[in-house]
Write a protein that binds this ligand. Structure first.
Ligand code: ZN
Length: 95
């Protein structure tokens, strides 16, 4: 299937939650063609906003934060990790 198979389902869920938070604030973009998640410029303000969103998901018991079991710090670490690993351009733009 793909690269994501190497992740356990737990870490995949965490990654998905971090992606969802970043996409909601605009920290990350998802290409409508290849579905790759990228970070265009991701200023610090947007990172902060995404971390606040992560906090609020944990606080309100949002389903999307469930993979972190109420650990907001782990959620924020995952967001930072994802931001570091996200490519600047997706496959389509690299052609
Ligand atoms: Zn693309």
């Amino acid at each position: 299937m793909g690269l994501f198979d190497i992740f356990s389902s737990a870490s995949r869920k965490k990654r998905e939650a971090a992606t969802a938070a970043g996409l909601q604030t605009g920290l990350f973009q998802q290409c409508p063609v290849c579905r790759e998640v990228t970070e265009k410029q991701a200023p610090d303000a947007l990172l902060k906003e995404t971390e606040q969103l992560a906090d609020s998901w944990v606080d309100t018991g949002d389903n999307r934060a469930r993979a972190f079991g109420g650990d907001a710090d782990a959620f924020k670490t995952e967001i930072r990790k994802l931001k570091k690993s996200a490519p600047f351009n997706c496959v389509c733009e690299r052609i």
